[in-house]
Design a protein around this ligand. Structure first.
Ligand SMILES: Cc1cc2nc3c(=O)[nH]c(=O)nc-3n(C[C@H](O)[C@H](O)[C@H](O)COP(=O)(O)OP(=O)(O)OC[C@H]3O[C@@H](n4cnc5c(N)ncnc54)[C@H](O)[C@@H]3O)c2cc1C
Ligand SMILES: *[C@@H]1O[C@H](CO)[C@@H](O)[C@H](O)[C@H]1NC(C)=O
Ligand SMILES: *[C@@H]1O[C@H](CO)[C@@H](O)[C@H](O)[C@H]1NC(C)=O
Ligand SMILES: *[C@@H]1O[C@H](CO)[C@@H](O)[C@H](O)[C@H]1NC(C)=O
Ligand SMILES: *[C@@H]1O[C@H](CO)[C@@H](O)[C@H](O)[C@H]1NC(C)=O
Ligand SMILES: *[C@@H]1O[C@H](CO)[C@@H](O)[C@H](O)[C@H]1NC(C)=O
Ligand SMILES: *[C@@H]1O[C@H](CO)[C@@H](O)[C@H](O)[C@H]1NC(C)=O
Length: 515
């Protein structure tokens, strides 16, 4: 009985010795080469800290800004379509604050066109049916919700669901399919969750800080080099081609931390020891335990991670023969009101429209949340059959050809993403969000999900990346200021809590005269 035990002990001692020896050393390990990681390393570089390594699961940088090739153009070459981020949301006004993503879009000459949300044709089960007047009705209620959210914020009141605000504002879609479709287009299509699942206060903060601070435009990017060209461009300002500090195809499996070091173990058996780590993995990755922490993260951190929501946003692409385009290409958007299921293939977007890719025959439809999970779980054939049945409902008496190309991503199944972007649930304080954001000793966290104001948007990743890079640079230089976190949480956020220590950088009504 003694033999195998001794052998096992010897073996495990040997494994520890070998892997301890093999660890590559660095000052800062940047985990993830999405926009947050690339901006964080850029900040380190600008603070003259060049001793860092960037570890990335995929074979290229960009993360959730991801494209693929799809269909064919007249010359037989494929189109590039964006599976993840697609719009620059909130641009800027001359002399006013600019969305940093808009500045980068211009710097890298990204091909883009203004998305005109008023260019919309509406459909019911009897075909084209004009219910656009409901958009104004929703917007009247929205005006109530945003003002009410302002009171919640300034008076330190308890947050409620966005649904509560809409209902008090007089918007009650109930069993009206057209109203449900309008609500989905106005809300779920942006937040990837319903108003019932979303914070009234922070959904409005999120809208205000982007669309009132910068400008209310959304520009659709369809650059055939891929949207992520701007992130690669940012990286090239401090990384050389084939820079040995960028470790692609590197899957982090465990992050071990103590008071003096962080050790990162990867799926290929390699490891890194670092003075600090910046973890930019998505909220979905953190929630799904794709990466383990040793010791396990403290309870306050786990509470932050489990309280917020990871949304899923699925674009389903179809290409039809160019000479058989059956929809009215003068509209950018088509909105379908399903009679029984809210969110069933509701928003269709035509790329075969002026200013986009005319002649492409490309149409895509978006679903989110439970409908995303449903289509992810079924085969392409099943989903295609459903999509075609909806199109035949929208266009009765019209011959609809079979598409020549069909594709959609399965975001929740990607182990490096586990969904699309984060959302703020009702009744959750800024302090709880700060627990999601705060560092745990030498492990710092940043990403789209750690911004309390711009969460979900590219500008969140950009700003949080820069911020965490600067904070960790101070640590390396011996002036570390740990971030605040909260052990005991109560139900409200008080006015004085909206400060930079909690990640709050700009008042959501500062710039446009709240009374
Ligand atoms: C479908 C969809 C639509 C969107 N639409 C828009 C939009 O129109 N406009 C907008 O502004 N934003 C949009 N977004 C959000 C935007 O894409 C994100 O806010 C942003 O890209 C997040 O950047 P990040 O660096 O925080 O995270 P990520 O891009 O996820 O970067 C994290 C990186 O970590 C890597 N990683 C994860 N796990 C591991 C591991 N175990 N080991 C090593 N590496 C790992 C990942 O591969 C990834 O590269 C959309 C996102 C999606 C998915
Ligand atoms: C963008 O276009 C301008 C004008 O054509 C050009 O001068 C510039 O080099 C381009 N920038 C990039 C990053 O391609
Ligand atoms: C629908 O009706 C509105 C007026 O309520 C009108 O402005 C709009 O152009 C109509 N849309 C379509 C697609 O006919
Ligand atoms: C959002 O902006 C509107 C319009 O300026 C304002 O009335 C409201 O108070 C703001 N709400 C929040 C939470 O910032
Ligand atoms: C970088 O790597 C690619 C492929 O691995 C190679 O083709 C290219 O020459 C390399 N560039 C430099 C500057 O080393
Ligand atoms: C901290 O972690 C490092 C890296 O894993 C290890 O070498 C070191 O011995 C640890 N220090 C303590 C005090 O546990
Ligand atoms: C479709 O055809 C039927 C029968 O000819 C007709 O009653 C109906 O109005 C048509 N529908 C549309 C939307 O054209």
């Amino acid at each position: 009985m003694g033999g195998p035990t001794v052998a096992l002990l010897l073996l495990s001692a040997a494994v520890v010795a070998v892997s301890a020896q093999a660890c590559r050393e660095t000052k800062v390990a940047v985990l993830g080469a999405g926009l947050t990681g690339i901006e964080a390393a850029k900040s380190l570089s600008e603070a003259n800290i060049k001793d860092f390594l960037i570890l990335e699961y995929n074979d290229e940088i960009g993360g959730r800004v991801k494209h693929t090739t799809f269909g064919k153009n007249a010359e037989g070459n494929p189109y590039t379509i964006e599976l993840g981020a697609n719009w620059v949301q909130g641009l800027g006004t001359p002399g006013g604050p600019q969305n940093p993503i808009w500045i980068l879009a211009q710097r890298y000459n990204l091909t883009n066109t203004y998305s005109d949300y008023s260019s919309i044709e509406t459909f019911s089960t009897t075909g084209a049916t004009n219910f656009t007047e409901l958009l104004d009705e929703f917007e009247d209620a929205y005006a109530y919700v945003e003002q009410d959210a302002g009171y919640i914020l300034t008076e330190g009141l308890q947050d409620r669901s966005f649904r509560s605000g809409l209902s008090l504002g007089g918007w009650k879609p109930m069993h009206d399919a057209a109203k449900q479709a309008v609500e989905w287009w106005e809300f779920d299509w942006e937040y990837a969750f319903s108003p019932d699942q979303s914070s009234q206060e922070f959904a409005i903060v999120n809208y205000n800080t982007t669309f009132y601070q910068f400008s209310d435009g959304n520009n659709y990017v369809f650059d055939q080099r891929g949207f992520n060209i701007f992130i690669k461009g940012e990286a090239s300002t401090y990384l050389t081609p084939n820079d040995s500090r960028l470790l692609l195809n590197t899957v982090v499996t465990n992050i071990a931390y103590n008071d003096s070091k962080v050790r990162i173990d990867n799926a290929d058996g390699s490891c890194i020891t670092a003075d600090y780590a910046i973890c930019t993995f998505s909220l979905g990755v953190l929630q799904n335990d794709d990466v383990s922490f040793t010791p396990p993260l403290p309870l306050w951190k786990q509470q932050g991670i489990t309280t917020f929501d990871m949304g899923t946003y699925t674009k389903i692409f179809l290409q039809f023969p160019t000479n058989q385009v059956f929809w009215d290409t003068s509209y950018q958007f088509l909105l379908y009101a399903d009679p029984t299921t809210r969110g069933y293939y509701p928003v269709w977007q035509s790329l075969d429209a002026e200013g986009f890719l005319p002649g492409s025959g490309i149409l895509f439809v978006t679903v989110v949340d439970d409908q995303s999970y449903r289509v992810e779980a079924q085969s392409d054939e099943q989903t295609l059959a459903e999509v075609m049945a909806v199109l035949r409902t929208m266009y009765p008496n019209t011959t609809i050809p079979e598409p020549t190309a069909f594709y959609y991503p399965r975001w929740t199944q990607e182990p490096w993403a586990r969904g699309s972007y984060s959302n703020w649930p009702p009744g959750t304080t800024l302090q709880m969000h700060q627990n999601l954001r705060a560092n745990v000793g030498r492990v710092w966290f940043a990403g789209e999900h750690t911004s309390p104001e711009y969460f979900g948007f590219l500008q969140a990743a950009y700003m949080e990346g820069q911020e965490v890079g600067q904070a960790v640079a101070r640590c390396v230089l011996g002036q570390c200021v740990p971030e605040v976190h909260y052990e005991d949480l109560r139900g409200t956020t008080q006015p004085g809590d909206y400060n930079p220590a909690n990640g709050w950088t700009v008042s959501s009504f500062l710039t446009y005269g709240f009374d």
